[in-house]
Design a protein around this ligand. Structure first.
Ligand code: 6PG
Length: 243
C-alpha cells in the first residue's frame, strides 16, 4: 500500500538509506534465495546509495542487481546510470559480479538490447527503485510517450526529451508486477511533480510517476512542500482509482 515518508531536514540520504535497508532486510527474511533489486538512475540516488553501502549486515551476496533504465552511453560515461551506481554503491558492497546486470544501452541495436535485458529481468522484481523527473517521468517513461502504452514487453527503447535522448527503460508492466516500489525525491524542484503525482488527478499518461503510487515515497521536506498535509495522503483510495 502506498505510503509517504518525509526525511528530517538535511538527512534525506541517511533516512532513505535506512528505510531501504529495512526493506531489504525484510525481503531477505521473507524468502530464501536471490533478492532482485532494480536500481534507479539520475542524481538523487547517489547520496542514498553511498549511505546504503555503509549500512552493515545487508545480504548483498544474495542480491541480483538490475537497472530500471539506462542512457545510450558507454558504462564509463559520466551520464551512465551504471557508472553512478558502481561508484556510489556497487564497488562498495560484496554483490557477486555475475549478479550485477547492466543494461547494454550503448549497443547499436537498442531494440535487441532491450529484448536481451528483458530475458534477464525476473518476472516480479522484489524491489524497484524509482525517481521522478520535473515533468513527472519515472525511469525513462516520459509523459505522452508510446512506451506508456506497451503492455507486453518489459524493457523497451525510449526517447528522452533531454539529452542523452536514446535510452532503455523498463515498462509500466514491470512497475505493475514489482513486489515493492520505492520512489526517491528530494529538492524543491520536485515539489510540483510530487504533489501532482500524489495529489493530482489520476492521469499517468501525463505523469508517469503515478504508476508508482502504490509504492513507498521517500521525500525530503522540500520535495514534500507541495503536499497539503499527512491527512491527504489518501494513496489507498487513489489506488482504487488506478485499478
Ligand atoms: C534517469 C532516471 C530518471 C530519474 C529522474 C530524476 O535515468 O535519469 O532513471 O528517471 O530518476 O529523472 O532524476 P534526478 O534524480 O537526477 O532528479
Amino acid at each position: 500500500m502506498g505510503d509517504v515518508a518525509i526525511a528530517p531536514p538535511g538527512a534525506f540520504d541517511a533516512f532513505a538509506a535506512e528505510r531501504l535497508a529495512g526493506l531489504l532486510d525484510q525481503l531477505a527474511g521473507e524468502k530464501p534465495g536471490p533478492i532482485s533489486l532494480v536500481l534507479s538512475g539520475g542524481r538523487t540516488p547517489r547520496g542514498v546509495y553511498r549511505m546504503l553501502a555503509r549500512h552493515g549486515g545487508l545480504p548483498w551476496s544474495r542480491m541480483e542487481v538490475f537497472f530500471g533504465d539506462e542512457r545510450a552511453v558507454p558504462p564509463s560515461h559520466v551520464h551512465s546510470n551504471y557508472r553512478m551506481a558502481r561508484e556510489s554503491l556497487l564497488d562498495r558492497v560484496p554483490v557477486p559480479p555475475d549478479r550485477i546486470h547492466r543494461m547494454r544501452a550503448e549497443e547499436a541495436d537498442l531494440d535487441e538490447a532491450a529484448r536481451a535485458y528483458a530475458l534477464l529481468l525476473p518476472g516480479a522484481p522484489d524491489l524497484v527503485l524509482l525517481g521522478i523527473g520535473m515533468d513527472g517521468h519515472t525511469a525513462s517513461l516520459f509523459p505522452g510517450a508510446p512506451t506508456l502504452d506497451e503492455t507486453e514487453r518489459r524493457v523497451v527503447p525510449a526517447r528522452s526529451p533531454r539529452p542523452p535522448r536514446a535510452r532503455l527503460t523498463v515498462t509500466p508492466r514491470v512497475l505493475r508486477e514489482a513486489r515493492h516500489l520505492v520512489v526517491l525525491a528530494s529538492g524543491a524542484v520536485k515539489s510540483e511533480p510530487v504533489a501532482r503525482a500524489l495529489e493530482g488527478p489520476w492521469e499517468p499518461a501525463a505523469c508517469p510517476a503515478q504508476l508508482a503510487l502504490r509504492g513507498s515515497w521517500i521525500l525530503d521536506p522540500a520535495a514534500a512542500s507541495g503536499l497539503p498535509g499527512p491527512a491527504s495522503f489518501g494513496l489507498a483510495a487513489r489506488e482504487e482509482e488506478s485499478t
